[in-house]
Design a binder for this molecule. Structure first.
Ligand SMILES: Nc1ncnc2c1ncn2[C@@H]1O[C@H](COP(=O)(O)OP(=O)(O)OP(=O)(O)O)[C@@H](O)[C@H]1O
Ligand SMILES: [Mg+2]
Length: 240
């Protein structure tokens, strides 16, 4: 039975979607079956980060509403046959489903897929608890800024109350010199403020930004330190 992994952050724009896309690509490279679900309702992004935006016809609300089966809504990346994605709806009014329906949907997918990766929304409101319904593991993405750390801690509490027992965090957009300078939070500050286990650190790197804009997971740059880093993070995340 597959694992359900959900991204969260509290603060927006910290790199949740880029993380999920590259986690998915890293896992798919290992030959396991991965489906990513964009649950950032009204603000879908995964289709663009995967270069599949022109292929979207149906979305997750259509699937849950019974308008189509999940395979009709699923987009496939020709380059990577093990990597599948279901887009979020852009029409929030179309999404009227409760936590039980969402959890049931993930549970159905985990029968056929090794990993169900859910791209969650920013914030700590009901969209987050809906996206996290029935999740096995939450990855809280944060950046080395005090606002992001505080929001990550809040997201951790909300996910704990929502019943997601295994939670990890990833520190993204890291500039080590700035973190050592005293002008930004240090690693000690990060550890003091956020409780879940840190499973990875991702540098601020414009190649990550460029790849996202070009609709290509950056880990597909073979042999890069980023590919290596994602492989290590993936191993740590799966072992928590
Ligand atoms: N390590 C990084 N280095 C440089 N740019 C990055 C890095 N990680 C993410 N980005 C860029 O930061 C921006 C936000 O990333 P992303 O969309 O993944 O954030 P998000 O947390 O999913 O945002 P939202 O809260 O809106 O869903 C994008 O332009 C992305 O390319
Ligand atoms: Mg996002």
């Amino acid at each position: 039975m597959g694992k359900i992994i959900v991204s969260a952050s509290g603060k927006g724009g910290v790199g949740k979607s880029v993380f999920i896309v590259n986690l998915g690509a890293t896992l798919a490279e290992r030959g396991v079956k991965v489906v990513m679900i964009d649950m950032n309702l009204g603000l879908r992004n995964l289709d663009i980060y995967l270069g599949l935006e022109n292929k979207v016809i149906f979305d997750v609300a259509d699937v849950l509403g019974g308008l189509c089966g999940y395979k009709r809504a699923m987009l496939r990346d020709k380059r990577f046959p093990c990597l599948h994605m279901i887009p979020a709806t852009q029409d929030r009014g179309k999404f009227t489903f409760d936590k039980a329906s969402v959890a049931g949907f993930y549970a159905m997918l985990r029968e056929s897929y090794d990993y169900v990766l859910v791209d969650g929304p920013a914030g700590v409101g009901k969209d987050l608890t809906l996206a996290a319904s029935g999740g096995d593991i939450a990855v809280i993405v944060m950046t080395p800024e005090y606002v992001s750390l505080r929001d990550a801690d809040m997201a951790d509490r909300v996910l704990s109350e929502a019943g997601v027992a295994r939670r990890a965090c990833v520190l993204n957009k890291v500039n080590r010199e700035l973190m050592r300078s005293g002008l930004f939070p240090s690693f000690e500050d990060v550890f003091a403020r956020v409780r879940p286990q840190l499973v990875g650190i991702i540098q601020y790197d414009e190649n990550i930004n460029i790849a996202a804009n070009c609709g290509v997971p950056v880990v597909y740059q073979r042999g890069s330190y980023i590919e290596e880093n994602f492989n290590r993070m993936t191993d740590r995340l799966l072992s928590i």
